[in-house]
Ligand binder design. Structure first.
Ligand code: PLP
Ligand code: COI
Length: 341
């Protein structure tokens, strides 16, 4: 398969249209067969549930070229499960988990020419999503839906690749205690746009959201969970019902324990204790692990000993091991790698 002529090493995290995408429609209480199409546009009524009341959710995952030339994805079953949870919370019909994985496999295989080569630093980002497509004007769920999967080749989420980030403690909340923070609803991202643009205007790379009820505990950023490393080399990650259950974070806890022999703690993390950590990173599909060098809390700076020039040593080990598993350099735990080709 001849690859597209793309400057893989200089890709940012943006949209590049690829050849095929998967589309399935839900009508009269059932999903149709679905299939691949070359049509990258969506035509819906002006009154669609997604346009009026933001009835939409999505997933994010990546396809990788491994060292020995296979194309694989990482734990797509967990994305399928999380999308089911998102759909249920938004009164949307579930797209069956096995069919979700099959749609991802078909879409990636159909866009093989866009899967960045091994060692290029880029990956193929896969975006499954669903939205209410028929007219609703009273506030209620749609009765028709579309499920789609598209792909786009991407480079690093944060400009500068693995250079440590400077983030700020945010005065806006991301999620309410019994709200939708734990699902991947489009609405969670719409309401974060002002906060992220404001952070950028003030010179910060990202926002650290605190828990909305007490504003004392660390939640997550707009698009990634937190990982901290203590001075005695324990890996600590915040536990909360209002953060997205990151597949990367859950995998990194296994990597820390099983591959690196580190102690791990998933627990409430108070902002007051953050100054005592040795390393901090943001983890997610897009972020992979992006190191944080500095957190600014209303003018007060927390500078991690790992500094502003490179990743901390434990963060680096976690990064190398996780990406080693994803790119086939290290043996993966059973069931983590889905081979597409
Ligand atoms: N938190 C938020 C708010 C996200 O949007 C994402 C991205 O998917 C994550 C965390 C990381 O989750 P995952 O590792 O499953 O990509
Ligand atoms: C992902 O990591 O897949 C996400 O959806 C995060 C988003 C901010 C790009």
């Amino acid at each position: 398969m001849e690859k597209k002529n793309i400057d893989w090493a200089n890709l940012g995290f943006g949209y590049v249209q690829t050849d095929k995408r998967f589309v399935a429609n839900y009508k009269n209480g059932a999903w149709d067969e679905g299939g691949l199409t070359t049509d990258a546009t969506v035509t819906i009524t002006e009154c669609a549930g997604v346009l009026q009341y933001a009835q939409t959710c999505f997933e994010g995952m990546k396809a990788y070229t491994t060292e020995d030339g296979h194309i694989v994805t990482f734990r797509p079953d967990l994305n399928a499960e999380r999308m089911e949870n998102s759909c249920k919370r938004l009164e949307m019909p579930v797209y069956p988990q096995d069919k979700f994985v099959e749609a991802v496999v078909q879409t990636v295989a159909a866009n093989e020419a866009y899967v960045p080569p091994y060692g290029s630093g880029a990956t193929l980002y896969v975006r499954p999503y669903m939205f209410g497509s028929d007219a609703v004007i009273g506030v209620k769920p749609s009765s028709e839906y579309q499920f789609r999967v598209f792909t786009t080749p991407v480079g690093p989420y944060f400009k500068g690749g693995v250079k440590p980030l400077t983030i700020r403690v945010c005065d806006y909340d991301r999620a309410a205690p019994h709200g939708t923070g734990h699902i991947k609803a489009g609405l969670n991202y719409a309401m974060s746009l002002y906060a992220i643009m404001d952070a950028h205007r003030q010179g910060f790379d990202e926002n650290m959201y605190l828990d909305a009820a007490t504003r004392t505990k660390v939640e997550e950023t707009g698009g990634a969970n937190f990982l901290f490393v203590t001075k005695d080399n324990k890996v600590v990650t915040p536990k909360s019902n209002s953060i997205l259950p990151s597949i990367t974070r859950r995998s990194l806890l296994v990597v820390a324990k099983e591959y690196l022999g580190l102690e791990v703690e998933e627990r409430e993390v108070f902002f007051d204790e953050v100054k005592n950590f040795a390393e901090c990173g943001l983890c997610g599909t897009a972020a992979v692990i992006s190191p944080v060098g500095k957190i600014v809390d209303h003018g007060k700076e927390i500078c991690f000993p790992s500094g502003m020039s490179e990743m901390g040593p434990t963060t680096k080990k976690l990064y190398d091991t996780l990406t080693g598993i994803q790119m086939g350099r290290l043996e993966a735990p059973k069931g983590w790698i889905k081979v597409i080709k």
